[in-house]
Design a protein around this ligand. Sequence first.
Ligand SMILES: Nc1ncnc2c1ncn2[C@@H]1O[C@H](COP(=O)(O)OP(=O)(O)OP(=O)(O)O)[C@@H](O)[C@H]1O
Length: 219
Amino acid sequence: MLAAKNIVKQYDDLTVLNGIDFEIDKAQIKAIVGPSGAGKSTLLHILGTLDDADTGELVINNQSIKGLNKKTLSGFRNKEIGFVFQFHNLLPEFTAAENIAIPAYVAGRKQADIDQNVDELLNLLDIKDRATHKPAQLSGGEQQRVAVARALINSPGIVFADEPSGNLDSKNAEDLHQLFLKLRNELGQAFVIVTHNKELAQMADERHEMRDGKLTHQL
Ligand SMILES: Nc1ncnc2c1ncn2[C@@H]1O[C@H](COP(=O)(O)OP(=O)(O)OP(=O)(O)O)[C@@H](O)[C@H]1O
């Protein structure tokens, strides 16, 4: 599904990533933990093709990322990769259903197909009755579920989540973690999750710790 080899990233004389190897398959949840400033978000952005590595290889769904031009890469990213951030980044002037649909419009999908898919996701994520609400009218947990639905709309191979429960209270954080498990089990969804939340890291299939530019395997 995704394989990264020997990823190196430096900012001036700071080597943030010093030769990272990372792989993930369908229906796997991997957590990345580690101290603040260790380079977790940097790695997530590179694996998610939002940022370039200085050196290294990245293959997603049998497609090497190297050499893709900007337009091809952004189309590829929109289709193959979903993102969930700590702050949901929903567009305030659009409803929940419209926010979920945006990546599908960008991908040029047909209206009937988009409507059906949005409906399925609203049901799956239990936010059907919030479909016509704008983000400010939703609770934090509901906003984050809308953001997850938006990440899933184009059926990406992999979803990257950067501190997804960092802004939620413990009940909503627990619900979000259960949702990730459900999506893994029911859709075979793969997730890479950067988190400081011990419970979230614990429910992952595998944990990796980022420290001193290296990624180590944690039990
Ligand atoms: N664009 C940039 N230019 C220069 N330095 C950067 C840039 N982006 C990140 N850094 C530095 O790279 C290091 C790793 O940052 P990163 O955000 O990846 O850490 P993190 O592990 O995600 O931290 P946190 O847990 O606090 O979010 C930090 O020292 C940061 O200051």
